[in-house]
Design a protein around this ligand. Structure first.
Ligand SMILES: Cc1ncc(COP(=O)(O)O)c(C=O)c1O
Length: 408
């Protein structure tokens, strides 16, 4: 009898067996994974966005090892913590106050607590089909769930309400249904529903409506932070948030996340209105990873990566077309989702109508046969990083071309 539940510690990261064989990773480096089958795979899952630099970036690994050799958890404040906070805050504009935690789920949990304490209100809203972590309050209305369809009265559970992404009027209606909201939690791009991009002016509108009703805006940037620019994607896309959560890319694979916020809002964490705690929060290796990662990201050419990624996804769609299949993609050059058909989904309802789990799994299996690893979920994403150079992108297009042929 095996002991690890489901063979992996997060159900969302399980891969299907192929020919009765379970896949496990022997090691990873740059854009590559080596499997227990001895093969090298080009990775497009990239820790589900947990790195922009590629696996095991040497500068980050060195910094982590040096910090670890000085002690993993010294109990009291240490020099790297403020240095990491200052570095992070240099990218987040008015959100200048930082608390480190270990995971994105914890960051969202703490951000909601801060918003409740700062407003004196209890209810919070999140987006139907958004994913804001696995803690009870927000693990509701995820993509594919019955609640996310928002078919009847506005779904709500344990003080968490759902609203429709990219629906300008629904933002107003939300506050008619629940006038006393502490905050709206928003992924700047509805990435967990298959990279649904914000409509022009949508994030600005949402923030304006929330603020007019006395609610705060929490940008959940755990996935999108540092993915479109060195900083918050929401800032690039027009959001005016009070609090943001970041994780994944800030640590290049180390378990580290953070809440960043405006000083007047984050004051609740020091004046006794909200507590913060955590044995491992801000541990030296995590802070070292953040400092080393952000130092690298500061100098990366984001526009070039986004352009190369856009060109690659266009070439992949073309490869499908050459084999008689209509495929399009939503998202951006560093994170995107392929859909069957020619209409890029602009809402979750449209994404749900296009989602075809069987097709995604067949594509995953065909790509695996080409030594390319993709997320096997209909609302999953392909992630590109600065480690995916021209040769790897060429290899990716060829892998998809062969997969398209086998699916034809
Ligand atoms: C937008 C968003 N928020 C929160 C989380 C939760 O982060 P973690 O898995 O680190 O707890 C995720 C994870 O994928 C995410 O994509």
């Amino acid at each position: 009898m095996k002991h690890l539940i489901g063979g992996i510690s997060s159900a969302g990261r399980a891969l299907p067996e192929i020919n009765g064989q379970a896949f496990s990773v022997a090691r990873s480096h740059g854009p590559w994974l080596w499997g227990n089958d001895g093969e090298r795979y080009l990775d497009t899952a990239m820790g589900f966005g947990a790195t922009m630099l590629g696996h095991a970036h040497p500068a980050v690994v060195d910094a982590i090892c040096r910090a670890a050799s000085n002690g993993l958890m010294p109990s009291f404040a240490h020099g790297l913590e403020e240095q990491a906070a200052a570095s992070l805050a240099s990218f987040t504009g008015p959100l200048s106050q930082v608390v480190f935690v270990n995971t994105g789920s914890e960051a969202v949990h703490l951000a909601c607590r801060v918003a409740r304490a700062a407003t004196g209100r209890q209810q919070v809203a999140k987006f139907a089909a958004g994913y804001d972590g696995w803690f009870d309050a927000v693990a509701f209305g995820n993509a594919g769930s019955a609640a996310a369809a928002m078919a009847g009265p506005r779904p709500q559970q344990n003080g968490m309400w759902l609203l429709r992404y990219n629906d300008f009027d629904d933002a107003e209606r939300l506050f008619q249904d629940c006038p006393e909201l502490a905050a709206v939690v928003v992924e700047p791009v509805l990435a967990n529903a298959g990279c649904v991009a914000p409509a022009p002016g949508y994030l600005k509108h949402l923030c304006e409506v929330a603020h007019r009703h006395g609610a705060l805006v929490i940008l959940d940037e755990v996935l999108m932070g540092f993915r479109l620019q060195a900083g918050l994607s929401g800032h690039l896309l027009g959001a005016d948030a009070d609090i943001a959560t970041v994780g994944k890319a800030i640590g290049s694979g180390m378990p580290v996340a953070a809440v960043v916020g405006k000083p007047e809002v984050m004051a609740v964490l020091t004046d006794g209105r909200a507590n913060r705690a955590g044995t491992y929060n801000g541990a030296p290796p995590a802070c070292a990873a953040v400092i080393a990662t952000l130092e690298q990201l500061r100098h990366q050419d984001y526009p070039a990566l986004l352009a190369a990624g856009d060109a690659t996804r266009a070439r992949i769609a073309q490869a499908f077309a050459e084999h008689g299949q209509s495929v399009c993609s939503s998202g951006y050059g560093s994170v995107f989702t392929f859909w069957q058909g020619s209409v890029v989904p602009q809402t979750y309802q449209q994404a749900a109508a296009c989602a075809d789990q069987g097709w995604t799994e067949r594509l995953h299996a065909a790509l695996r046969g080409q030594q390319v690893l993709s997320m096997p979920f209909a609302f999953g994403r392909a992630y590109l990083t600065f480690a995916h150079g021209a040769a790897e992108l060429e290899r990716l297009v060829e892998g998809y071309r062969a997969a398209a042929l086998s699916l034809a």
